[in-house]
Design a protein around this ligand. Structure first.
Ligand SMILES: [Zn+2]
Length: 190
């Protein structure tokens, strides 16, 4: 497995539509494994293929990570088949480091996808998992959390990002794997 570079806001791939995966092959499984390794190294709770410069419709999430315990979920061709309720919560994104904003989304979703063996499954999600899944599925359609912010809040998020961006001239961030997995992070990035 390898840790992949994370594309940052401004990299065109983040705004591209992904392609449905026709068959879950070893190549797709390798991509999932690399994405999981990248997500854990970056201490994120979700990662979508465009964030690592790929256009396969694949995302990985793990909102239950606690210390060394990992509960990865991989989703191929995920689709939201039910949306219910509404909840507000703060979001960040591994592709827009240090920028956060409050986003209102359905509080409960049911997602249909294929697993790493190509078998269909459904996931009933609430709370952080529901938020994370919606954020990642948005990525698969070129959409970012900042798109939901009001004009004023989006402007201030982008001003903050302009300052941060200077650290990443190539618009790809190289993640240095965390030495200590148990390190706790207050702001979760997806
Ligand atoms: Zn994100």
């Amino acid at each position: 497995m390898s840790v992949l570079g994370i594309h940052l806001l401004g990299s065109p791939v983040l705004r591209q539509e992904t392609r449905p995966v026709a068959a879950v092959t070893d190549d797709v499984r390798r991509l999932m494994d690399d994405m999981l390794e990248t997500m854990y190294a970056a201490r994120g709770i979700g990662l979508a293929a465009p964030q690592v410069g790929r256009l396969e419709r694949v995302t990985v999430v793990d909102v239950d990570r606690d210390g060394t315990r990992q509960r990865p979920i991989v989703l191929v061709n995920p689709e939201i088949i039910l949306r219910d309720g509404s909840s507000k919560g703060e979001e960040g994104c591994l592709s827009i480091p240090e920028v956060f904003g409050e986003v209102e989304r359905p509080a409960h979703v049911v997602v249909r996808a294929l697993d790493r063996d190509g078998r269909p499954f459904e996931l009933d999600a609430t709370d952080l998992l529901a938020r994370c899944l919606q954020h990642e599925i948005d990525h698969l359609h070129g959409k970012l959390f900042i798109d939901y912010l009001s004009l004023l809040k989006r402007r201030s998020a982008l001003t903050k990002w302009e300052e941060e961006k200077a650290k990443y001239p190539s618009l790809v961030r190289t993640v240095v794997p965390a030495a200590v997995v148990a390190d706790h992070h207050d702001d979760e990035e997806l």
